[in-house]
Design a protein around this ligand. Structure first.
Ligand code: 4NP
Length: 165
């Protein structure tokens, strides 16, 4: 993030999954679109709790699902969650329960209050408890990730803006 963004944004958020090649980079892309639509300026980033895919582009199956829904790849390369991310971001948003446990383990205890699970903003009636990991799935699993994130994102954006006042 550059200085201009640092100074003009209203809040910053970090999406976290396991590999940072499927769910969290999608959340990042979909969130940017939702912020733009809502006219809200925020810094958005994503990372993984595991280092398997550091430096990689998102999974090509994930990019294809995003494209089917009208979202374009923004150049993100996978990176791993660092302890200092707990201090750098206002909100840290794990995609599933395992990601949340890892985030809480890696960041400092004082930063744990910034951790909010993605499921908080799932649509009413949604049976899911987490954004399901599509890595070993098929096209419909990647499409489901995009749909769930896209349906949740307007509520996330409004909620986080409200929390920063
Ligand atoms: P993500 O998906 O956590 O949504 O990026 C995965 C990516 C890679 C692996 C598992 C999940 N993996 O086992 O390599």
């Amino acid at each position: 993030m550059n200085d201009r963004q640092e100074n003009s944004h209203s809040f910053s958020l970090l999406f976290v999954c396991l590999g940072n090649i499927c769910r969290s980079p999608s959340a990042e892309i979909i969130c940017r679109a939702a912020l733009k639509r809502a006219g809200i300026r925020a810094v958005v980033d994503s990372c993984g709790t595991a280092n398997y895919h550091v430096g990689s582009r998102p999974d090509r199956r994930m990019l294809a699902a995003l494209k089917r829904a009208g979202y374009a790849y923004d150049g993100h390369r996978a990176r791993v969650l660092l302890r200092e991310d707990g201090e750098r971001f206002d909100f840290i948003i794990p995609q599933d329960e395992e990601n949340e446990r890892e985030v809480r383990r890696i960041i400092s205890p004082s930063a744990r209050a910034r951790v909010l699970p993605m499921r908080l903003w799932f649509p009413t009636g949604c049976k899911r408890r987490a954004v399901p990991d599509p890595y070993y799935g098929g096209n419909q699993d990647f499409d489901e990730v995009v749909t769930l994130l896209a349906e949740s994102m307007p509520a996330l954006v409004q909620d986080l803006r409200g929390r920063v006042g």
